[in-house]
Design a protein around this ligand. Structure first.
Ligand SMILES: [Ca+2]
Ligand SMILES: [Ca+2]
Length: 74
């Protein structure tokens, strides 16, 4: 029974990671190396805009790969 619960936990975590959003390369539609706030909103329609803005750690108006990873990691 414990093994089953452990397996279910892993499955839940994987599903959540998938649901968090597309890969950085997919979100960066114009391939300029950053995900703009508009691209992030398009890639993550369920994400609150405030969360996306907050993820822009250096306030340059776009998400670097690291910033995007932090955002989609939940
Ligand atoms: Ca871009
Ligand atoms: Ca940034």
């Amino acid at each position: 029974m414990k093994k089953l619960i452990a397996a279910l936990s892993i499955l839940t975590v994987s599903t959540f990671a998938w649901a968090a959003g597309p890969a950085f390369n997919e979100a960066d539609v114009n391939a300029d190396g950053v995900v703009s706030l508009a691209e992030a909103k398009a890639a993550l329609p369920d994400m609150e805009e405030a969360q996306i803005v907050a993820a822009d750690a250096n306030n340059d108006g776009a998400l670097s790969a690291d910033e995007y990873a932090t955002l989609t990691a939940g």
